[in-house]
Design a protein around this ligand. Structure first.
Ligand SMILES: *[C@@H]1O[C@H](CO)[C@@H](O)[C@H](O)[C@H]1NC(C)=O
Ligand SMILES: *[C@@H]1O[C@H](CO)[C@@H](O)[C@H](O)[C@H]1NC(C)=O
Ligand SMILES: *[C@@H]1O[C@H](CO)[C@@H](O)[C@H](O)[C@H]1NC(C)=O
Ligand SMILES: *[C@@H]1O[C@H](CO)[C@@H](O)[C@H](O)[C@H]1NC(C)=O
Ligand SMILES: *[C@@H]1O[C@H](CO)[C@@H](O)[C@H](O)[C@H]1NC(C)=O
Length: 633
């Protein structure tokens, strides 16, 4: 895996070729050098480009990669280098051996010269986050597979010539000012599409109907699957249905449904409990009377302490009351909470999430305490096993990176687990729905290291046989100081089946998908996917409307194999260039974790050490990421 990552990794053969081919191809690399120098001298840039005609292009120019023979420039990557203004024609457009071009996150403006997208070998182009305007040049190289022109000010129509690109896998055009119809893009190889926030109109070509609404949102005049029906297709559209918001219609409906069902759950729950409680009170009063009668006649009054009264009576009561007696939460030692189940069910609840094991609520009790209640469904184990499992969960949960279990409730119909509420939210929501400041690299490493330590702790606890079985970013919660805490430990052995809906399968190791048997090494795999998610900012969980799994490890491997390693990383992270080495080191760790063969994956303890090594190397450096991002401005 390692050699895929080293961009400059050279073997002997290309080196020999280099010597043999040097004389007759000298002109090509020289013209590439001229073109690049021309580019550097005509486009102002905030950071220094150490390009000089005296130094060799292929080995010492920042951002430039040549083919193995050193005869052509094949990749130019200058993300976030502070380039300002228009790109002149006949500069980059002359690099006709270029395969990958990344000029993203700069302040390049004006028209995109039409000699760039037409470069015959150009496969990957990343120009997002600039201020390019004007039309997208229609002369497109048939080699193009990845096009990212998002977050610019391109206007005019999407060139119809895009229909001729047979190898297109990624097309990002969101947040521009493109208008007109969407061409009939060949969707066979297309993996990712985003045309959101433009001024596109007309109907979405049926070949693109499988992409989710977020691929098209923010185009008010756009219609057809997966958005609303086109007016011509429905006989008499009311004027109001013609003007939808920027979001797709199914969403609000979905949300109101969810609200409704939560309301119903709470109402039924509260009603049921109230009824049960009344019944219990009535029966309890009845029995007290009986008991008092008995006591009057009997001698052993002192033994009739409250506790015993209850246990004795419960045996006489029918099954309903039997459960009422058990209607108490079982607390673990060291728990300072003092509410009971009634308090809990009276609390205002908010759904935090629905997972494979059940629904999780945030409950705010009247006394002001906030806890997390997990309502388990499809639990296959009997009470005794449940209690044993819960005992393990409690004991192993005694670690700063594992969410502690505080109490539980078990009855035939209802199983609840009560945890501390962790205020920072889930890692998943911070990574993918991030509002406010995006997570910087330091925080991400801290979180991942915490998670790794948590898993390593679980793996080493109680004789080293335990597994987590469900590591994913939505199961990682963040404390206020951004410590990563693992939730849902101990649940997977109790749920009916590990068969998960396909959209959750992204974290599962290949062998688990086949055999349904998780292991410590499959936890390592899931953690590797989590690391890749942290590095790329991409989620392995598809939006609910898409059935297919996004195989994040495979995607990263394919990108890295094509030697555009830098492109896999989250843009947020690349705003600071000086961490790139650290990113690559972390990527190596992640790829080791997602090895297909379980035996070649490292243990979590080893992973913890590797991550700590990456960090300690960088902490010795005097420069911080902060001072550099300021220089960029
Ligand atoms: C330019 O910078 C790169 C990366 O920092 C370095 O590897 C290279 O040696 C530098 N080249 C010169 C001529 O200083
Ligand atoms: C498109 O680019 C190719 C190669 O640069 C060139 O030969 C051709 O004339 C261009 N076509 C148009 C319509 O500009
Ligand atoms: C893209 O456009 C939408 C709608 O105008 C806006 O909410 C969003 O912030 C934009 N994204 C970026 C990165 O500019
Ligand atoms: C769609 O947009 C194009 C370009 O702005 C315009 O010419 C055309 O009239 C629009 N069509 C509809 C149906 O709005
Ligand atoms: C497309 O881009 C928009 C704006 O940045 C974003 O909100 C949306 O989630 C993206 N859609 C997909 C499918 O990635």
């Amino acid at each position: 895996m390692g050699q895929h990552i080293t961009v400059h990794g050279a073997s002997l053969l290309p080196f020999l070729l280099f010597i043999i081919l040097l004389p007759n191809t000298d002109a090509d690399i020289n013209s590439d050098q001229q073109a690049l120098l021309q580019f550097a001298s005509s486009v102002p840039h905030a950071r220094r480009l150490n390009w000089t005609s005296a130094s060799p292009v292929c080995s010492s120019w920042i951002g430039v990669t040549c083919n193995a023979q050193g005869t052509r420039v094949i990749s130019l990557r200058l993300p976030g280098i502070g380039l300002i203004g228009p790109v002149p024609p006949n500069t980059i457009g002359k690099l006709d051996g270029l395969i990958t071009l990344s000029l993203r996150s700069n302040r390049l403006s004006g028209d995109l010269p039409n000699d760039i997208l037409s470069l015959p070998s150009l496969r990957n182009i990343f120009l997002q986050n600039n201020i390019f305007s004007g039309k997208i040049p229609p002369n497109l190289s048939s080699s193009l597979t990845v096009i990212d022109l998002a977050y610019n000010s391109f206007s005019g129509e999407i060139p119809v010539t895009i229909q001729n690109l047979k190898g297109l896998t990624i097309l990002y055009l969101q947040n521009n000012s493109l208008s007109g119809h969407i061409p009939n893009i060949d969707a066979t190889g297309l993996r990712d599409l985003n045309l959101s926030y433009n001024h596109l109109n007309g109907s979405i070509p049926s070949s693109l109907g499988n992409f989710p609404p977020p691929s098209f949102e923010g185009n008010i005049l756009l219609c057809g699957t997966p958005l609303r029906e086109c007016p011509s297709a429905s006989p008499s559209p009311s004027p109001s249905s013609y003007l939808p918001g920027p979001h797709s219609p199914p969403r609000p409906r979905e949300r109101s449904k969810r609200k409704l069902s939560l309301g119903i759950i709470i109402a039924i729950g509260a009603g049921g409990v109230l009824l049960l409680f009344l019944l219990f009170v009535i029966l309890f009063l009845c029995c007290l009377k009986k008991k008092k009668k008995k006591e009057k006649g009997g001698e052993d009054a002192p033994s009739a302490k409250g506790k015993e009264v209850r246990t004795e009576k419960s045996e006489e009561f029918g099954s309903g009351v039997h459960s009422a007696e058990k209607n108490r939460l079982v607390y673990f030692e060291g728990c300072s909470h003092s509410f009971d189940l009634e308090d809990l069910l009276k609390a205002s609840a908010e759904v935090l999430g629905k997972g494979t094991c059940g629904t999780t609520y945030k409950a705010i009790l009247e006394e002001g305490t906030t806890v997390v209640v997990k309502r388990l469904k499809e639990i296959v184990v009997e009470k005794k096993e449940f209690e044993q499992q819960v005992e393990i969960m409690q004991r192993v949960g005694n670690h700063p990176n594992v969410i502690p279990l505080r109490a539980y409730y078990y009855s035939k119909d209802e199983k609840l687990l009560i945890y501390d509420f962790i205020a920072g939210g889930s890692f998943s929501s911070l990574l993918h729905e991030g509002q406010g400041t995006p997570l910087d690299w330091g925080s991400r490493v801290k979180i991942c290291l915490g998670v790794a330590k948590g898993i390593a702790h679980i793996h080493s606890a109680m004789g080293g046989k335990l597994i987590h079985g469900n590591i994913k970013s939505s199961n990682v919660l963040l404390t206020q100081d951004l410590g990563g805490c693992i939730s849902e430990f101990g649940l997977s052995p109790m749920v009916r089946s590990l068969a998960v809906p396909p959209r959750h399968a992204g974290y599962r190791a290949p062998e688990v998908l086949k055999t349904q048997k998780p292991s410590q090494k499959s936890d390592t795999y899931s953690f590797g996917v989590l690391l890749l998610e942290t590095l790329t900012g991409k989620s392995p969980v598809q939006s609910p409307r898409r059935e297919d799994v996004f195989d994040l490890p495979r995607w990263v491997q394919s990108v890295v194999r094509e030697e555009w390693t830098a492109e896999v990383f989250d843009e947020e992270l690349l705003k600071d260039q000086d961490i790139e080495e650290e990113l690559v080191e972390m990527l190596k760790i992640a790829l080791a974790c997602v090895s297909r063969m379980p035996d070649s994956r490292p243990s979590m303890e080893e992973v913890v050490k590797m991550i700590e090594d990456v960090r300690s190397d960088s902490e010795n450096l005097p420069s911080t990421s902060h001072s550099n991002s300021i220089n960029e401005r």
